[in-house]
Design a protein around this ligand. Structure first.
Ligand code: ADP
Ligand code: MG
Length: 211
């Protein structure tokens, strides 16, 4: 795996007058696993969006360095995968069509075998020709994992990794988290104490001092 470095420095985010966090700094490198925790509303999802480049911070910096070369946030898509409650599937497209579209948007070529392998691994192969609007919330969460893993990203971001999943789904996710941590790097946001055993380091946003 190519060496890389995610560097987050003094990131600040506020909505109106409310400051969510004002000095978040951490680093994630190959082989590491980093968790963000904190109460509901403490800013976990907001922070995940900022480090994926979906949302702009009010201050500070997020840098990706791959192979000693800095990659602009606008070009990190091929290197990252994201599973989040805020991510939407295209409801009118089938599960399999959604995956093809994701690959196209990211500008990566994927083989039919890889797509089918992922659908099988996440137990939704039988539903691959069904439109996403007919998927249950657990099936949608499984499809999001397939989309996030399609291109074998260096960094996998999981916001509430086991949301909506049954025991079988949770077991697959645990396996993916273990693999990702070993193979590349993992960053996740959670409120489940059990998840934290997958982290080398934990940032608790509720304990962050602001001001
Ligand atoms: N676009 C937005 N505009 C205004 N407030 C927002 C916006 N997005 C999130 N917030 C607020 O920021 C706080 C943190 O939200 P969030 O990051 O979703 O927290 P968490 O994921 O830790 O539960 C909440 O109070 C939420 O209402
Ligand atoms: Mg959240």
């Amino acid at each position: 795996m190519t060496p890389f470095h995610l560097e987050v420095r003094n990131v600040r985010k506020s909505f109106g007058r409310k400051v969510l966090f004002d000095a978040v700094s951490f680093d994630v490198r190959l082989g590491e696993s980093f968790a963000v925790t904190g109460k509901n509303g403490s800013g976990k999802s907001t922070l995940m969006k900022i480090i994926c480049g979906v949302l702009t911070p009010n201050g500070g910096s997020v840098r990706y360095v791959v192979n000693d070369k800095e990659i602009p946030l606008s070009h990190v898509a091929p290197h990252i995968g994201l599973v989040s409650p805020y991510l939407n599937m295209y409801e009118e497209f089938t599960g399999e069509e959604n995956l093809r579209l994701f690959a196209k948007i990211r500008g990566i070529g994927v083989r039919q075998d890889d797509i089918h392998g992922l659908l099988q691994r996440f137990g939704i192969f039988e539903h691959r020709n069904k439109e996403a609007r007919f998927y249950s919330s657990g099936m949608k969460q499984r499809l999001k994992y397939c989309a996030a893993l399609l291109h074998r990203p260096a960094l996998l971001f999981l916001d509430e990794p086991t949301a909506n999943l049954d025991d079988i789904g949770i077991a697959v996710v645990r396996e993916v988290m273990r693999e990702q941590r070993q193979r590349a790097a993992l960053v996740f946001a959670t409120n489940e104490s059990e998840d934290l055993s997958f982290a080398d380091r934990v940032l608790d946003l509720s304990r962050l001092k602001i001001g």
